[in-house]
Design a protein around this ligand. Sequence first.
Ligand SMILES: [Zn+2]
Length: 274
Amino acid sequence: MSNKIIKLNLGSMAVKPKKTAASDAEQISKLRASQSPIAISVNRCPTWTSLDPLKFKGYWDNVGSGILLNTGQTAYFTFETKSQPRLSGGPVIGEYIFEQMHFHWSVDDFTGCEHVLDGHGYAAECHLVHYNSKYESMEAAVAHPDGLAVVGFLLEAVDAPNPSFDKFVEGLDQIRKQDTAVQLPSQSLAWIDREDVTSGSYVTYKGSLTTPPYTECVTWIIYEKPVQIGTEQLGLLRQLEGAGSIPIERNVRPTQRHPPGHSVIYVDQVKSKL
Ligand SMILES: [Zn+2]
C-alpha cells in the first residue's frame, strides 16, 4: 500500500464523524414541548453552531401585496398571493409555509414582549407564524408536535424612528378601528433585516401557542438581537382599538414555568462556507 492511498483514507475518515445538519434538527425536534412563552437565561443554554443557516424565501421580494388587519386583539398581516414565503434550515425539518404575522405589546416599553431573554423586557414582540408544508393547512398542522414554526423578534423602543418600519406603520395608522384592514406592499416587511435573520444568533425550543388553545405544536425561533422601533411608531400599535373602541392595552401571555428536563438551545449561526 502506498503512502498516497493511506493519506486519502485518512482524509475521508476525518470528514465522516461530522454530524449532518439534519440529525441536529432531528434532535431539536425530539425535545419535550412545554407551554410558551418562557423566560430564558441565554448563557445557561447549550450553544450549537452546526445547524444549517435559516433560509427565508419570498419574504421581501414577494410580488403580491399584503393585508394588515386589526382583529381587535392584535395587528395581523397576511400575504394575498398564492405563493407564500417559506422558511427552512436551522432547527426545522423540511419547509414551513408563512401563514401570518402579528404583534404583542403592552402599555410600557418593558412588558410588551412575551419571551424574556436574560431578564430583559422589551416594548413588543412580533411573531411570524409558519406551518409545516407536509400538512394541508394551518388548521391541520396545529394537531401535530411539528406543526408550526414561529419566528419571534423582540422590539426595542428607541427615540428615533426606524425608517424601515415606515410602510408598516403607515398601515397601522389606517386600521385603528377593530375589524378594519388596509392593503400594504410587501416592502412593509423591510424592517426584518436579511443579514440579521440569516447570520444572527437565536434561541430555539419546543413550545406552545401563546393564545388559546395553547397547543404544544410550535418550534420557537427567537432572535437574540432586538429590532429597534421608534417610540412614536410603537405608539400606533398601542392606539389600535379592540371591543368597545377601547385601545388594546396588553395582549401578552405571562411567562410559563419550564418543566424539568426542558431544553432551550442557543444557536450561533455560522456563515456558510463558500
Ligand atoms: Zn404571538
